[in-house]
Design a protein around this ligand. Structure first.
Ligand code: GBH
Length: 491
């Protein structure tokens, strides 16, 4: 029906929000300044430094705590409509609890937000992007059911402090990385590595924590503040390796463990964890001699409380996998989430590689994800809250691979809009190079390069920054566009 419009003339709607995304621990630095409390990433990188590839940490990072005006200047250079960033819980609440509020931390976020608003840039605030206050970790973190109360208290304080100006809220960033990587495995803090157990307990506590924070906003803040509250999940594209029924079912199982366990309870009509996964983990647990399922059930009351707690779906998207019921299986720990579903996965070697082992440019990966959500969850409002490409520092400023990736994924956003997906915005990951978790500073995702050897952490625009600016200004994608100079201006 839309084929009358030539591809290169398709436009993003005027009210579509173009932005970039970052996260507190990855950019702020000032890890112990002005009363900030320790968080689990401070703790892990200081007590166990060699878990980070280049033995680095976020103590200084891009030093955005001191460079926030330069950050906002870059947003203006790009012409951003919105900027997604996260609050550091322990910068605002050093002990994690609301008994003691660190005013200097509150001042920092007020300054950051007010500076954006001066230039009409809408703040999109994530409450939790992985940096739990260490004191709460010592009380069990996401293994303790009380985490949902602690999170609600913190969320209420954030709405109260910033909600007069912040209208776009996200409770959690990537529950899978919190739960599976952090508790079920050892690839994110607090590296609990309680395989087959930690990720499932965490999933229950996290979706309830999200729901409490959502209800608090909906009931007590939305009436006066009028914003929206959502939840961000990481979705790779998963497609069956062959069109067999077995591979198709294996693909559904892989989706259930990777993201639907965290999103079905919130976005599906019936609520609760995905049914196949519930049955599989219950059966395996019994076989293995556990007295009850390793995946704790949500009660009917909890299901009803969690279901429908969203105004939008936040999608972080990067890459793609092909899933098989029989091929490409890896040895898995027992018990573990991947032993539970017992499927294999691979990639197409023709998909171009990035600097990250897990990230390739796969055709239509973002489109597949957006269409999948449209049909699975009855066409929810969606924001792409992260999408981006890594290169090494050596790749320099002429980041043609990143430009190619962004152009391809932005075209897919236009395809999704054509297909009726209610996509309202797109946040590029990331505004600038930053601390890439376990990979330290070895993988760079920035539209701006950051010179970590300079005291002011000098930021320099890459080719991709000019390309993204052109997309924002023209509201369209032009694969051929190249800037005349590499000099950035504020228009
Ligand atoms: C996002 O995660 C994060 O939200 C953001 O903070 C991060 O900087 C960005 O992407 C780029 O990575 O090492 O093989 O165990 C994206 C999803 C899932 C990608 C975990 C890396 C680790 C794979 N991430 N994955 S592995």
């Amino acid at each position: 029906a839309c084929s009358a419009i030539p591809r290169q003339q398709r436009k993003f709607p005027d009210d579509f929000l173009f932005g970039t995304a970052t996260a507190s621990y990855q950019i702020e630095g000032a890890w112990n300044e002005d009363g900030k409390g320790e968080n689990i990433w401070d703790h892990m990188t200081h007590t166990n430094p060699t878990v980070i590839k280049d033995v680095s940490n976020g103590d200084v990072a891009t030093d955005s705590y001191h460079n926030y005006k330069r950050d906002v200047e870059m947003m203006r250079e790009l012409g951003l409509d919105a900027y997604r960033f996260s609050l550091s819980w322990s910068r605002i609440l050093p002990s994690g609890f609301t008994n003691e509020v660190n005013q200097a931390g509150v001042d920092f976020y007020n300054n950051y937000i007010n500076e954006m608003l001066k230039y009409n840039i809408k703040p999109m605030v994530t409450l939790y992007h992985w940096d739990l206050p260490q004191k709460l970790q010592e009380l069990g973190g996401f293994m303790n059911p009380m985490v949902s109360d602690w999170f609600e208290d913190y969320a209420r304080l954030a709405y109260q402090l910033f909600g007069d100006r912040v209208k776009l809220w996200i409770t959690f960033n990537e529950p899978r990385e919190v739960c599976y990587q952090g508790y079920g495995y050892n690839t994110k803090a607090p590296i609990l590595n309680a395989t087959g157990i930690g990720e499932y307990i965490c999933a229950k506590h996290l979706v309830i924590a999200h729901a409490k924070a959502y209800h608090a906003y909906d009931k007590d803040f939305r009436p006066s503040q009028g914003g929206v509250c959502g939840y961000t999940t990481n979705l790779h594209s998963f497609e069956p390796l062959t069109d067999s029924a077995e591979d198709t079912y294996a693909t559904e199982l892989r989706k259930q463990t990777d993201w639907a366990i965290y999103t079905d309870p919130i976005y599906s009509e019936e609520g609760g964890f995905p049914k196949d996964l519930v049955a599989i983990v219950a059966a395996k647990s019994a076989e293995q001699g556990y007295p009850r399922s390793r995946l704790p059930e949500l009660t009917e009351e909890e299901k009803a409380y969690v279901r429908g707690t969203y105004d939008f779906f936040g999608v972080n998207h990067y890459s793609a996998y092909l899933v098989s019921a029989t091929e490409h299986k890896l040895e898995q720990a027992v018990p573990s989430m991947y032993d539970d579903i017992d499927v294999g996965w691979t990639v197409d070697e023709a998909w171009p590689v990035s600097a990250s082992t897990w990230l390739r440019l796969a055709p239509n990966s973002l489109l597949n994800v957006l269409l999948d959500l449209q049909s699975r969850y009855n066409n929810p409002v969606i924001y792409v809250t992260e999408n981006g490409w890594s290169q090494t520092l050596e790749a320099g400023l002429m980041d043609e691979d990143r430009v190619r990736y962004y152009n391809a994924k932005l075209e897919e956003c236009l395809d999704a809009l054509d297909a009726g997906v209610r996509l309202k915005g797109y946040m590029a990951w990331s505004l600038m190079d930053n601390f890439e978790w376990m990979q330290g500073y070895t993988e760079r995702f920035g539209l701006y390069e950051v010179d970590l050897t300079s005291p002011e952490r000098t930021r320099t625009p890459r080719l991709s920054a000019f390309m993204y600016k052109h997309v924002i200004t023209s509201r369209s994608v032009d694969q051929e566009y190249r800037p005349q100079t590499m000099t950035m201006t504020i228009d």
